[in-house]
Design a protein around this ligand. Structure first.
Ligand code: MEV
Length: 291
């Protein structure tokens, strides 16, 4: 049996714009999806009803050239469809575990590539941001052109995540932005501005200037709101964090789901808790690994 786990992911800056070739700044969240893959003695697979798992197993088979029947079990601490990269984590952990169970030590870069291909197949449109980050762990900067890990000198206490208890389909949110960009050139300018503030944020994060990154997160939230991907419950959590002296924005596709807030002190956590279904502090985590 092979057990692999992969972390959730959060966008500090740049979701949606990353779909248009702009860079995004993310980190791997200290909540994980764990996947057990076992070789079966009997004929036929035993897989959960998840398109991501099925596609990931198919890709591991193609890579290894082995088609031994497999059973797969998934357990996840990551809320589903809520902006914390749950499907990317499941895809990466399944590719990682299944390829190993089938006898190949697939390299990290390849796991990231295959997990991205899984998301593309299942969702139709997906940037490599979540899949690269869940595979590599830590902080990352991802665009279509270039992907790299980022050293951030001051991690302090991590981040507050607030969840409104809801979820929204990523594909529909991405399509909504795409319609807006087609109809209105101002929306295309907003996408470009998100790219500009992300480039600045990457520079500031590398310099350890986390306060400046916080200010840019606030600005990014304003632009995401302008693109129509925030909601009243996301805004409530954002404003609770801000009123407590923090910076905050939604993470991921939006519509419903999670916000990420900073700094992770008692005031910000307490304020977000008041209006969220669930709020917790997360550290920055390691990427996909064998358990
Ligand atoms: C979804 O987690 C983030 C989006 O930018 C879509 C993507 O990057 O594929 C909205």
């Amino acid at each position: 049996m092979t057990r692999s786990s992969a972390p959730g992911t959060a966008f500090l800056l740049g979701e949606h714009a990353v779909v248009y070739g702009e860079p995004a700044l993310l980190f791997a969240v200290g909540r994980r999806a764990t996947v057990d893959v076992d070789t079966k003695e009997t004929v036929g697979d035993d897989l959960p009803d998840s398109a991501y798992v099925r596609e990931a197993v198919g890709r591991a088979r193609e890579y290894t050239g082995e088609d031994t029947p497999l059973s797969v079990e998934v357990e996840s601490e990551i809320p589903i469809g809520a902006g914390l990269g749950s499907s990317a984590a499941v895809s990466a952990a399944t590719v990682h575990a299944a390829s190993r169970e089938l006898g190949a030590q697939m390299e990290r870069e390849k796991v990231a590539e295959e997990a991205h291909a899984v998301e593309l197949d299942v969702q139709g449109a997906a940037s490599p941001a979540d899949t690269y980050t869940t595979t590599m762990g830590g902080y990352t900067v991802v665009s279509d052109e270039k992907k790299r890990s980022l050293e951030v000198p001051d991690e302090r206490e991590g981040f507050v995540v607030g969840w409104d208890g809801g979820s929204a389909p990523t594909g529909e949110m991405v399509d909504g932005v795409s319609r807006l960009v087609e109809e209105n050139p101002v929306a295309a300018d907003i996408v470009g501005s998100i790219g500009d503030l992300t480039r600045r944020g990457v520079e500031r994060a590398e310099a350890g200037d986390t306060d400046a990154v916080g200010g840019l997160m606030d600005m990014n939230q304003g632009l995401l709101d302008a693109l129509g991907v925030s909601s009243s419950s996301l805004s409530r959590m954002v404003w609770a964090a801000r009123d407590a002296g923090g910076s905050a924005k939604l993470t991921g596709a939006g519509g419903a789901g999670c916000v990420v807030a900073y700094p992770a002190n008692e005031e910000v956590l307490g304020a977000v808790e008041q209006v969220a279904e669930e709020a917790f502090v997360v550290g920055v985590s390691e990427g996909v690994r064998t358990e």
